[in-house]
Design a protein around this ligand. Structure first.
Ligand SMILES: O=C1C=c2cc(C(=O)O)[nH]c2=CC1=O
Length: 210
């Protein structure tokens, strides 16, 4: 492999959280662009860094050989799996963030990529906008995928546990105070001398209730 690691589930989680489909210059140098992150020229979180390869690109680099060279990679059978999965991530992103094609850039994209331009080399002609749609409702296929949830960092878990302990301590202290004050009020209403009282017998040094 040209690289020693593959994309992680958390990388998919991160790119699915990006809200913008693309950003100027609509190129491999774009930041905060879902399109550039899933393609793998920017970090899954969206920041562009020329040293970064992620998601789709990182998988190609890991394949190396036939699967690692742009003009040959469709000859590697794994190409279909990689690109189908990439399309499944795109479909999930469309579901979450794109009610329609109005967020797809209308102009100033690289040649052929404006919203209403035809996608080359497909025939009959089909525009980018026509393919910027969810698969199940518009294209006649759907994906069965379980998307990983966001992993909570250990500091968030620590804060949650400490907060829960503090809440339990406050509830315990409040209920103890309530019980005590109730007992105090009940005791305070008792007569000093009732019809029963304790008698101490000096003679045989015993105590009895009378
Ligand atoms: O076949 C491909 C090979 C690629 C290598 C990179 C890279 O980021 O260096 N990207 C690729 C895309 C391909 O489709």
């Amino acid at each position: 492999p040209m690289v020693q690691r593959l994309p992680e589930p958390q990388d998919v989680v991160a790119c699915l959280e990006l809200t913008a489909f693309d950003s100027p210059p609509f190129y491999s140098t774009s930041s905060d662009s879902f399109r550039n992150s899933i393609e793998g020229y920017s970090a899954p979180q969206g920041n562009y860094d020329p040293a970064v390869r992620s998601l789709h690109n990182l998988a190609h680099l890991f394949l190396n050989g036939t699967g690692g060279q742009t003009h040959l990679s469709p000859n590697d059978p794994i190409f279909v799996l990689l690109h189908t999965f990439t399309d499944a991530v795109f479909d999930e992103w469309l579901r979450r963030h794109a009610p329609d094609a109005s967020i797809y850039p209308l102009e100033n994209t690289p040649i052929g990529h404006n919203r209403e331009f035809n996608m080359v080399p497909f025939w009959p002609p089909v525009t980018n906008a026509e393919m910027f749609v969810t698969a199940a409702e518009n294209l006649g296929y759907s994906y069965e995928a379980e998307w990983p949830g966001r992993r909570h960092s250990s500091s968030i878990v620590t804060v949650a546990v400490v907060t829960a302990l503090i809440v339990v301590a406050i509830i315990f202290a409040a209920s103890t105070c309530a019980v005590r004050s109730r007992a105090y009020r009940t005791e305070g209403r008792q007569p000093l001398l009732g019809d029963q009282y304790q008698r101490y017998d000096d003679h045989d040094r015993t105590q009895s209730v009378v």
